[in-house]
Design a protein around this ligand. Structure first.
Ligand code: IPE
Ligand code: IPE
Ligand code: MG
Length: 237
């Protein structure tokens, strides 16, 4: 653990994590995959706290995808149980927790707790988006249908942005995927247009604040051009 916390600046407001590798982490320990998810949930709480500490304003984490229903029922149930436990815990004092994704497909009791948590934690500067039953394509379809229902015949980028689950958040500056796979897996496809991508072999349950620091350092070593050119040093007359 790092003792001296290095704060981020306005260039890095939003980090998104694809929290991958829980299953492999457990398998490597001869344990069932559910054990990996349990430890993944613990690390999720640690990392969200750490990101707040270093001054991140928006954090988005991919917890369960629209495709993850393909997994064995036992594993899906274990993930839902962990979600339920998370919702029952004491709320963090410093974060607005929002769930993004189609949560209406979850158990109604969980949906009720999700709404309650969102209500009770609203208003904090630090925003934590938990992507649950989230798929970026589904999000876009939902957004377009919302705009059609509003009677829009033609839409702008701004219309689409604000109809997404992440509506009032800036796009992620940095997307981190743990677990070694080099893909996006249907996460924030629209929002990631100019995000910096960082991949690490570290499995999510092994993720530490030092790993976050490494991803942040990598971000600051990148040149973001957004299609333009590097800024030239100021010319002296
Ligand atoms: C990520 O870890 C958590 C979820 C997708 C719910 P995985 O469960 O995908 O772990 P691996 O990738 O199989 O190791
Ligand atoms: C992405 O991981 C989804 C989450 C981390 C919740 P997956 O393990 O589902 O992705 P694929 O199947 O390897 O692309
Ligand atoms: Mg995986």
């Amino acid at each position: 653990m790092t003792n001296n916390v290095k704060k981020v600046d306005e260039r890095l407001q939003h980090i998104a994590f694809i929290m991958d590798g829980n299953g492999r982490w457990a398998t490597a320990r001869n344990m069932p995959r559910e054990y990996g998810h349990k430890n993944g949930a613990r690390v999720f709480r640690e990392i969200t706290e750490y990101c707040h500490k270093i001054g991140i304003k928006y954090l988005t984490v991919y917890a369960f995808s629209t495709e993850n229903w393909k997994r064995p029922k036992r594993e899906v149930n274990a993930i839902m149980k962990l979600l339920d436990e998370y919702l029952d815990r004491q709320r963090p004092e410093n974060a607005s927790i929002r769930f993004i994704g189609d949560v209406s497909m979850l158990d109604p009791k969980i949906v009720e707790k999700i709404n309650k948590m969102a209500e009770e934690t609203a208003g904090h500067e630090y925003v934590l988006n938990v992507a649950m039953n989230y798929g970026s394509r589904a999000e876009l379809v939902t957004a377009f249908n919302k705009l059609l229902a509003q009677g829009k015949g033609e839409v702008t980028e701004q219309d689409i942005n604000s109809a997404l689950y992440t509506g009032d958040c800036p796009d992620p500056d940095l997307i981190v995927r743990t677990g070694g796979d080099l893909r996006i897996s249907n996460f924030l496809l629209w929002q990631a247009a100019y995000s910096e991508l960082y991949f690490t072999d570290t499995l999510w349950p092994d993720m530490t604040s030092d790993d976050v620091d490494r991803a942040v350092d990598a971000f600051y070593s990148r040149k973001r051009r957004f299609g333009g050119l590097d800024k030239e040093p100021e010319k002296k007359d």
